[in-house]
Each structure stands twice: as C-alpha cells, then as structure tokens.
Design a binder for this molecule. Structure first.
Ligand code: 3H9
Length: 698
C-alpha cells in the first residue's frame, strides 16, 4: 500500500496520507508527498490540491520512533516537503480531520488554506515530548495567530478545538465535509484569482511586537517550566519569529529542535509516551476480550473523592448516580460538585453549556435500590474494611447481574472485599487520585478472581474518562502508595537526623517534583497520613518516626488547619520554629545527633527507597513492567515527567550505581536499605529493567 494515495476529484488532486495508526509523517509518507505534489503540479487537468489523512485522521505528527532513531531527519525531511509546497503555483488546501498535531499541523500550516470539521483538534504538542516544533511550527503559528496565542498554545502543547483555531486565524473554514470544502475552497481561489497565501511570509502579527510580552510570559511560566529545556526554547523561537529575518527565525527554530531532540529530557519524555501506551496492554487480555459497555455508572459516597469520580463520568458524557444514605450529606456533596463546575466556568476552563450538560448527568440518590441500572458502581466511602464490606454486600444484592463492582480503596485488600459478594470475578479496584476530576492516573487493581472482561472494562474505562490507566496487583498500597510509604518515612528520618522541612522540599522540588514530600503531607492532611500508617504492617526491623504523631497532638493537621510541617497564610507555606522544636525534641528523645545533611544525600535518600520498593513490586508481579511504575509516579505522584519516572531515572543513573549507593547507606540506615534481590541481580548482570524499551531505540 502506498503511504500517500493520489486521486482526482474533478479538477482537484487529492493527496491522502495513509500510514496507520495515526498517519505519522514517516519517511515513506514524505517520499509519497514529494511524488504526489510533483504529479499534481505536472497534471494539466489539476487546478488545486487538497491534502488529507486516511481514515478521517490528518497526521498526528512526525513519527516519534523516527525522531528517536534519526530517520526523521533523513531526506526528504518535512522541511523538504514544505519547501516543495511553498513553491506551488496551484492552491494547496489542507482538509483537517481527527487530530492534526505536531508535524502534521505544521504541514497544514504550510498549505495556503485550511478547512477542518467541527470535531477536529489541532495543535503543536511537541513540548510534551521534550521537543519544540521542528518544521516551522513556531514561525508559522506566530505569523497566523500572533505571538501571545503562540506562546500559550505551544508551551502548553494543549490541543485546540476547531472553533478556537478558527477564531485565532489558524484555520479558514469549518465544514462537516472537510475534504469537499477544501476542494471547493481551492477551486474558488482559482476562479477568483486569489493570491496564494504563503504563511511564512505573513507579517501583520509579527510587526512591532513589544519585548515586554516575552519577558512577562517567561515570568508567567517560570514555576511550571522549572528545570525544563523545551518550553524556554519555544519562547526563544517565537521571539525569533518576531524579531529576526524570516530565514534566521526558521534556522533558529531548527537549531533549538536539534538541541532538544538530543537532550536527556526528550528521551525521558519519549519513554513516558510509549510507557503510557504500553501500560494498557495486559497479558491474557487480548483484543478478543470485549470490555463491557459502560452506559450508566454509579458512585457510592458523595465526599470529595466520590464527587470527583462522578464528575469524571459526567465529563465523559456518562450518566452517573451518586449515593449517600443521608439527604444532608448528599446535598453537601452535590453542592460541592456544583461549586467545582462553577469554579471551572469562572476560570474560563469550561464553557457554561458543557458545565450544565455535565451537571445534568449527575443524579443524587439516597437508596441502594436506585443503582440497579448501572453497568459499573464505584465505591468511594470511608477507608475502613468493615464499612467497605457492608457496602459490597448491599451492592451485590441490588446491582445488575452484569455490573462491575469497583472499590476506590487506596490500600485495602481487594480479595477480602470481593469475598463478601457472589461475583468476585466482577470485583476490581479503581484507585482514583485526588482531585479525581483533575488527576490523570487511574490505578486499577486486579483481585485474584477479577475476570479478563472486568480488567478489560476498567482499562478501557480509564481511556474513556481521559485517564492514564495502569494495572496493579493486589497488595498493601498497590504500586503507588506502597512505594510512597518508604519515600515518606525516609523524609521523616532525614528530619530526625538534622534536615528541615524546607530543605527537603526545596531539594525535591529542585529535582522537579511538583511538591516536596512534606508539603504534600500537609496538603493531604497529616491525620490522613497517620491513619493510613496505623493500618500498615511493618517488617519487624522497621519503625515509623514519631514526628507525624507529635504534629497531630499539637493540632498540626496540615493546610486545612493552617499548620502542619509549615505554618500557612492562605496557601503560602512558611517555615515555623515550633515545627523545628518538635523535630529537635524527637531527635533528642531518640538520641540522634543532628547534623548538616548535604542536598545530594537528601536526593539519594528519597529516590533510592522508591526505586528499591519498585524493584520488589516488579519482582512480585504487582506491576507488569518497570514502565508502568514510571507511569504511576509521573501521573499520580508529581514525579517530573521529564526525568522519566523513578525506574527510568535509576536505569539512567545505572542500576549498579544504585545498588552501590544502597549498600553504602545500609549499615547506618537499617534493613530497608538492603537492595531488592531483582535490583542486585540486574546490577550484577548489567541488564536494564524488564519492560523498559532498549535505550538504543530512544
Ligand atoms: C513532531 O511532530 C515533531 C515535528 O515538529 C518536527 C519533526 C522534524 N508517531 O495515543 P494512542 C501511536 S513530534 C508514532 O493510543 P489515541 C501510539 O504509540 C510528534 N506513533 O491513540 C499508539 O501505538 P500502539 C508530535 C504514534 O487515539 C497508536 O499510535 N505529535 C504517534 O488515544 C495509537 O495512539 C504528538 O506528540 C506518532 N506521532 O490518541 C502526538 N502518535 O497502538 C502524539 C501516536 O502501538 N500522539 N502513535 O500503542 C497523540 O497525542 C495521540 O496518539 C493521538 C491519538 C491524540 C494522536
């Protein structure tokens, strides 16, 4: 099959890019485009050319594998195709359907005009791969829509709906039949003798742009882009579009693209991209296992978590019932949901009609009898085994026979919950992260008897809800929280030995974590952390630090109490001498001599326990692949995506070095520093983690 099909619709040539799954601009496509353009230019009967993608999908970008292998820069490159397009004497019109992204959208921007369907999204998401657009995207977008819109869209990488792209001038028309409308537009341009609109030559938006715009934008994204390379290069490149001659601007973008492509950040983010997709594949759950269609859902509990989960369904267009036995509690829960939607509308992140539609899909109920129509019921009640068991006994009685019964527990035993039902094969964990309507991770937990169809359903559901689903085995804390326990405890041991909360959080945020471990504790609530800890079984040679308990005794519950590891003014955290006094008293009681702890030690002490427990989790089969653990940490625990996740980080550091560091620390820091057997074994044989792609392919 040719990668580009050439056809004629009367006097218009149609170049259809056909390269499944997403019609990426691989070498064969670029070659096909060069040939197709030559044929169309030479064809006397052709007055205009329309470019489209097969299967209703305009290309979603350059081929990410080719960027890693270097083939993306083998001639003909996208730039060569674009040079050929700009030399056209016949109108070129892009017919955009599906997701026209990255290099695909850059190709479209090189056409003289663009038509999209109402459902099309366009965008330049390269930043999410640690890249900047490398085929003139920063230069042409800026010329069409102006620098402010370009800065916002390209540094975030967020897709734009067709309606917004039209407002910004990135596309010219919206039509249900994009290809038909593109051909018509090409004919109209010929008939009415329009000059060909070469986007790289437009000047209106780049004239007299104030430098202050870029300074202000750099300040605006300083926190969000901390430690990263690509966002800053994107800003530089957009600035170059406004301040340098055309050829220089394009060359500058190119140089920045190469610099980013060769960076460790690009490799790490490519790892995360493929790991997220790989995580959806479950051995034994092949395409022959059809997921149950989820047309209606129910959530038990209208607290923060239950409400957030209900919003996820409503946002995806699935009607959902929320159950609270008391009308008061239900009223409070529904009011909170309404408040959350109102907040999104007032911030401008949600259009009022969409908020109204979502709200109309959420129905509060106060009796189990009203849940019989749901295809899946997710329990999100208090984290207590007896309470959960009672809920599942009731659910089993009222739920439809085909319905899946899921629990949002973050630590409890799925099998013990399944055992109280008559349908353990339909019981599964669906662990959402707070706030559930915002956080991308969905940690699905397989019980011993969860059926293949149940697993297929919750994995597919993750995608439907716009989440990143990962499957975990059933154990205390599953993947994420089991690892977190060691990370969190180590932070407190560091406090006992001489570190301060500010130092620890500064080091981890400097590494790229969204928040340091103690700031996170304050956000989640120290009472919550303490409760979870109480339910944990520790190995005999392990202990917890008493610091958390001492903070609790003094009412330092975290942000909600205005004080925890810090004192809070609004959301601003402020170091508090009282906390230091509490910590110092603990050190004294434990007869630990406080010392200055170097920043590098803090980083080592906090990252290694994550990796070591990750190795055990992998060895026990709780995680299917090392990449799954990375996906969990990046999407649920604020680990910087541009560092690839804890397991990827360890592999880059060298597993041998990781083991040596652990062995060095083990004598003074206890049994938990003994390297996991799998880690030792891989370090000794020089192998990487099972389930992380061969680094040579990155
Ligand atoms: C770029 O364009 C650089 C240029 O500026 C300059 C170059 C010089 N390449 O996500 P899905 C695969 S950088 C190769 O599950 P969905 C994906 O791995 C690129 N493969 O589907 C998966 O394979 P498998 C800028 C790709 O419907 C399958 O397609 N573009 C690519 O949920 C289905 O993917 C982007 O960053 C690719 N470009 O979402 C867009 N894209 O089945 C990246 C996907 O074997 N892509 N695959 O696991 C996406 O955001 C989503 O895939 C998309 C579809 C929204 C398109």
């Amino acid at each position: 099959m040719p990668a580009v099909n050439y056809a004629r619709a009367g006097d218009v040539a149609i170049l259809e890019i056909a390269n499944p799954p997403v019609n990426a601009l691989s070498l064969a496509v670029r070659e096909g485009l060069m040939e197709g353009l030559a044929q169309a230019y030479a064809d006397q009967g052709v007055v205009a050319v329309a470019i489209c993608g097969a299967g209703g999908m305009f290309p979603a970008g350059a081929d990410i594998n080719e960027i890693a292998s270097g083939l993306a820069l083998t001639a003909p490159m996208i730039l060569d195709v674009q040079a050929r397009m700009e030399a056209a004497t016949k109108p070129l019109v892009a017919a955009l359907e599906g997701n026209a992204l990255g290099g695909g959208f850059e190709l479209a921007l090189t056409c003289h005009w663009r038509v999209a369907t109402p459902a099309t999204t366009v965008g330049l998401p390269e930043v999410k791969l640690g890249l900047i657009p490398g085929a003139g995207g920063t230069q042409r977008f800026t010329r069409l829509a102006g620098p402010q819109a370009a800065l916002e869209a390209i540094t975030s990488g967020a897709p734009l709906p067709a309606s917004r792209a039209l407002e910004l001038g990135l596309i010219d028309r919206i039509a249900d039949d994009a290809l038909g409308a593109a051909a018509a537009l090409g004919r109209q341009a010929v008939r009415e003798r329009w000059p060909l609109r070469i986007t790289s030559e437009l000047k209106e938006h780049i004239r007299e742009v104030s430098g202050g715009l870029f300074t202000a934008f750099r300040q605006k994204i300083a926190a969000r882009a901390r430690g990263q390379l690509a966002p800053w290069k994107i800003i530089d490149s957009i600035e170059a579009a406004c301040t340098r001659p055309k050829a220089e601007g394009f060359r500058f973008e190119r140089d920045c693209f190469i610099e980013c492509r060769d960076s460790p950040q690009r490799r790490a983010l490519t790892h995360v991209f493929f790991a997220e997709r790989e995580a959806r594949r479950i051995p034994g759950v092949g395409p022959e296992v059809k997921p149950l269609a989820v047309a209606r859902a129910a959530v038990i509990g209208a607290g923060t978590m239950g409400g957030g989960i209900a919003m996820c369904f409503a946002n995806a267009g699935i009607p959902v019932r929320v159950l609270e036995l008391s009308a008061d509690a239900l009223g409070r829960g529904l009011a909170l949901i309404a408040k959350n939607y109102a907040g999104s509308v007032s911030r401008g992140s949600l259009a009022p009609p969409r908020a109204e539609r979502a709200l109309s899909l959420i129905q509060g109920v106060t009796g189990y009898g009203e849940l019989g129509e749901a295809d899946i019921v997710i329990e999100a009640v208090f984290e207590d085994m007896n309470v959960k068991k009672e809920v599942f006994v009731q659910l089993d009685r009222v739920a439809a026979p085909q319905a899946i019964l899921a629990t949002n527990t973050s630590t409890l035993d799925i099998d013990a919950i399944a055992a109280v039902t008559s349908r353990p094969e339909k019981v599964v964990g669906t662990h959402f992260f707070s706030p559930a309507n915002v956080m991308r991770l969905l940690e699905n937990v397989r019980g011993a008897r969860s059926s293949a169809q149940t697993l297929a359903t919750v994995m597919a559901l993750g995608k439907t809800l716009g989440k990143v689903p990962v499957l975990a085995g059933n154990c205390d804390g599953f993947i994420g929280n089991r690892m977190l326990m060691y990370y969190g405890s180590e932070a407190e041991f560091l406090l006992e030995e001489g570190a301060t909360p500010e130092q620890i959080d500064r080091v981890m945020e400097g590494f790229g974590f969204a928040m340091g471990p103690l700031a996170v504790r304050d956000l989640a609530g120290n009472d919550v952390g303490f409760l979870i800890r109480k339910g944990r079984k520790l190995p005999p040679d392990e202990r917890f630090s008493p610091i958390l308990e001492r903070l609790m005794e003094r009412g330092r519950l975290g942000q909600k109490a205005g004080k925890g590891f810090y004192r809070y003014e609004g959301r601003t955290r402020i170091a508090d001498p009282e906390v230091l006094a509490i910590i110092e008293a603990v050190s004294r009681d434990l007869k630990i001599r406080r010392r200055q702890i170097p920043d590098e030690e803090i980083l080592d002490r906090l990252l290694h326990p994550l990796v070591n427990e990750g190795a055990r989790i992998l060895d026990e089969g709780i995680a299917l692949r090392a990449g799954d653990i990375d996906v969990v940490y990046v999407n649920g625990y604020g680990f910087p995506a541009w560092r690839g996740g804890p397991m990827y980080w360890a592999e880059q550091a060298g597993l041998k070095r990781v083991v040596e560091t652990m062995q060095r620390l083990a004598p003074s820091h206890g049994a938990r520093w003994r390297p996991a057997p799998l880690l030792e074994q891989l370090a000794a044989t020089g192998h990487g983690w099972p389930g992380i792609r061969d680094p040579k392919s990155r």
